[in-house]
Write a protein that binds this ligand. Structure first.
Ligand SMILES: Nc1ncnc2c1ncn2[C@@H]1O[C@H](COP(=O)(O)OP(=O)(O)O)[C@@H](O)[C@H]1O
Ligand SMILES: [Mg+2]
Length: 498
């Protein structure tokens, strides 16, 4: 029996009902390096690590008083003085009558496993810590972060958004977030979201989101797909950044640009006042002349009604012409927020040429217009007319120093490569060799009285239309200023209706 006990891969012991040790196996004695007497007299407890003694005694007391099997881990000193982690297993012992007579147990060396467990435990701690840090980062990102499943249904919003909207996660997940989006933006958000989901690519848009106090603020939201290791799109991660203040600043900038454009338009009109007055005066003088002619035909001894009618028809035509000029002038000097309309360039450009007819004649410039009549764009006609007006006036001014007989101006509008291209070509001195882009800088002018705002305004108008503007030398002679705008959807389809 002793042979068997000594052969067990553990240290065996037994104690009486009061907890005093009654037996320690030889391997136990060898391990702690004590004699049986010393160990039984209490030396066994000395071998337990001081920090673990209380816990171990408590566990043993439980086993004894409640008659329960217990397990406890404690460090036990080896004969060489080093401690190893041990698992103390104890069972209560009963006599034939069922009375508790004591306890017996076995102690198993778990030092090596303990190392593995501790590593596991500390990696769990590290994981929790990095989770906590990640959460901290997510919560302190200056934006509202969120997550959606592959189908686009929201599965997570960061605390910062829940705080922003004073909502609960349940309010928002799925498609509940739509309630927090400005009603005017909802359709666009859904349309954009669906097209991003279908594309499987990152996307972005701008949307107003309701804050807890009911105020809507502009947010830029961006979202990227997340792919698992097999390359399958499993989730979407998004971030919303508050751009309200930037948006306001942009709006303010747009307004002041708009006002500046208006002021320079007025200035140009002021400079052209004499020419424009002459332009209006011409049809009016013709009206007076034709009215005289008409009267003469009517007052004749034999009134010639046919000739009188023809004179009246000319009066009507010239009256309309004067009216048209005044209408387009009024449009150019009006001050209003830009408005996007479907425009055909062969209707936009001639208005400007009409207004400038007298000026061009006075300055001995021969103007020519060439239109590809299918060029339809979306834009604000007043603003685009201002661009064309600025380009034409620059061309006219550039040609002032050249021979009167050779001042030629061409305005051309054509559809090319999916874009509408408008160009103004002159036979002036050209741009020289410097970077032509500098001409578009505000306050750049080579003219004694020049403001240097014309081209800068042209550029901001064209860029606001999603286009670009540039200048180049026109071969050996003169320069060409061009701008490109996106063609309107279905460009050319409205030709048939005109
Ligand atoms: N058609 C052109 N030919 C040569 N130079 C030009 C032409 N158009 C513009 N420039 C140059 O670009 C400068 C800036 O033009 P702009 O911004 O309209 O200001 P401004 O007309 O008040 O000088 C002009 O001063 C001139 O030097
Ligand atoms: Mg100018």
């Amino acid at each position: 029996m002793a042979h068997l006990i000594n052969a067990l891969p553990g240290l065996v012991w037994s104690a009486d009902a009061s907890g005093d040790m009654t037996f320690l196996s030889q391997p136990y004695l060898d391990y702690i390096g004590q004699s049986a007497d010393a160990a039984l007299a209490g030396g066994w407890l000395d071998a337990v690590h001081p920090e673990d003694v209380d816990g171990l005694l408590r566990a043993r007391a439980t086993a004894l008083t409640q008659g329960l099997a217990t397990e406890h881990e404690a460090r036990l000193r080896r004969a060489d003085g080093s401690y190893r982690w041990m698992l103390f297993l104890a069972n209560p012992c009963h006599d034939a009558a069922g009375d508790l007579t004591g306890s017996a147990g076995v102690i198993i060396d778990v030092e090596n496993r303990k190392g593995v467990r501790d590593a596991l435990r500390s990696s769990e701690v590290a994981l929790r810590e990095s989770e906590r840090q990640l959460q901290q980062i997510i919560d302190s990102i200056p934006g509202l972060t969120w997550r959606a499943d592959a189908q686009g249904s929201i599965t997570y919003w960061s605390q910062s958004f829940i705080d922003y909207a004073d909502a609960t996660l349940e309010d928002i997940i799925g498609y509940g977030f739509l309630d927090y989006i400005h009603p005017e933006d909802r359709d666009l958000v859904m349309k954009t979201w669906v097209s991003i989901l279908q594309s499987g690519k990152p996307g972005e848009s701008e949307t107003r989101l309701r804050r807890a106090d009911g105020q809507y603020r502009w947010f830029l939201w961006r979202v990227s797909p997340f792919f698992d290791s097999a390359g399958k799109l499993t989730q979407w991660f998004g971030i919303n950044v508050d751009i309200e203040n930037r948006k306001r600043a942009e709006e303010g900038l747009r307004q002041s640009q708009n006002e500046l454009a208006h002021v320079t338009r007025m200035t140009t009109m002021g400079e052209l006042a004499a020419s424009i007055a002459h332009e209006v005066n011409q049809p009016l003088m013709a009206v007076v002349t034709n009215a005289g002619t008409c009267l003469r035909w009517l007052n004749a001894a034999e009134p010639n009604l046919d000739m009188a009618r023809q004179a009246v028809e000319r009066i009507v035509r010239d009256g309309h012409r004067a009216g048209d000029i005044i209408t387009s002038l009024r449009k150019l000097v009006r001050k209003s927020a830009p408005q996007l309309d479907r425009l055909c360039l062969d209707q936009v450009v001639p208005v400007v040429l009409d207004l400038l007819q007298s000026e061009l004649r006075r300055r001995e410039v021969v103007a020519k217009a060439q239109f590809d009549d299918t060029v339809t764009i979306r834009g604000d006609s007043t603003q685009l007319q201002q661009v064309i007006l600025n380009l034409i006036m620059n061309a006219v001014e550039a040609m002032a120093g050249t021979d009167a007989g050779s001042r030629r101006l061409t305005v051309r509008a054509q559809a090319r490569g999916g874009e509408a291209i408008v160009s103004v070509t002159d036979t002036g001195p050209g741009l020289g060799t410097g970077d032509p882009d500098r001409l578009f800088d505000a306050f750049f002018s080579t003219k004694p009285e020049g403001l240097g705002m014309g081209l800068s305004i042209c550029r901001s108008i064209i860029e606001a239309h999603g286009g670009r503007i540039w200048a180049a030398n026109n071969g050996a002679r003169g320069s060409v200023f061009s701008f490109a705008l996106p063609l309107a959807e279905g460009n050319g389809t409205d030709v048939a209706n005109r």
